[in-house]
Design a protein around this ligand. Structure first.
Ligand code: HEC
Length: 252
């Protein structure tokens, strides 16, 4: 009897230890995934900022050739990423997966800017409609075409705000936006992460909230319903409101 109890205790002990080991390696893997997700989100943001800073050049009807090709654009996005994070994009010790995914993002943004050259350089035309959100969507689509088996990056938004149907949130994104980002316990700006399934495959998911700033409101602000320069009705947003979210999937 005593031996049996000891055996049982031993079993419980083994199982407990096993679980603890498993959970600590899961936590370590999660930390790695969070770091990868943050890198992908930051490179997307940096690229979007570069495009945003060039809006007045791109929309200048008096200038033909803007000398803003994919090569110059990617160099500036990579430099901005390094400035914002304090690390070069391809730092030593970066894991193989991160290198591959970041490189795919760089190629994606280069291709998008190169493919837009005719529009960017068209003389006599003011507003071109090549706004950061359009650029980001095209870049993310190219990224998916290259490495979509391993990772996905999208920009989505609360369903009521979505302009382009391609950016509609899926069920998981909708739940996180409605049930987690809106709770007072969730700190503003804090990302939500979860290990779950995407298209039937186990995946790490990360949703990073984005808020309107004053610069967004010429299109997404008031009066609600008024048509903005891009032809969409304004959403009536205010600075500080949740305007969207960067959504990252890393397949296991
Ligand atoms: C010049 C007008 C303009 C400005 C300024 C602007 N946006 Fe947008 N935004 C758009 C357009 C147009 C789309 C649809 C893009 C597409 O076709 O994918 C869009 C789409 C989005 C989306 C993707 C979801 C959707 O609705 O399709 C988010 C998120 C977003 N904008 C947030 C912002 C934020 C945050 C800012 C400020 C940092 C901002 N926008 C500034 C015009 C603008």
């Amino acid at each position: 009897m005593e031996a049996l109890v000891a055996l049982a205790r031993n079993r419980v002990f083994t199982v407990l230890c096993g679980c603890m080991l498993l959970s600590s390696s899961a936590a370590a893997q999660e930390a790695v995934d969070v770091a990868t997700g943050e890198r992908l989100a930051e490179l997307l943001r940096s690229a979007r900022s570069v495009l945003s800073n060039y809006q007045s050049l791109i929309n200048d009807p008096a200038v033909g050739d803007k000398h803003l090709d994919g090569e110059r654009f990617t160099a500036e996005a990579i430099a901005l990423y390094a400035k914002r994070t304090g690390h070069p994009l391809m730092s030593d010790g970066l894991a193989e997966r991160d290198r591959k995914l970041l490189q795919a993002q760089v190629e994606a943004m280069r291709e998008v800017v190169d493919e837009e050259q005719n529009d960017i350089n068209r003389p006599g035309i003011g507003f071109k409609g090549f706004v950061p959100a359009v650029f980001a969507r095209l870049m993310n689509e190219k990224f998916a075409a290259k490495v979509g088996n391993e990772a996905l990056v999208r920009v989505t938004a609360p369903e009521v705000l979505v302009r382009n149907r391609k950016s509609l949130p899926d069920d998981w994104e909708t739940r996180v936006i409605n049930e987690i980002f809106s709770t007072p316990q969730k700190q503003k700006g804090e990302a939500h992460t979860e290990v779950t399934k995407v298209n039937g495959r186990p995946a790490f998911r990360m949703l990073l909230p984005e808020y309107y700033t004053e610069s967004c409101l010429s299109c997404h602000g008031s009066p609600k319903g008024e048509i903005d320069v891009t032809g969409y009705p304004k959403e009536g947003g205010k600075a500080g409101d949740l305007g969207g979210a960067i959504s990252i999937v890393l397949f296991k």
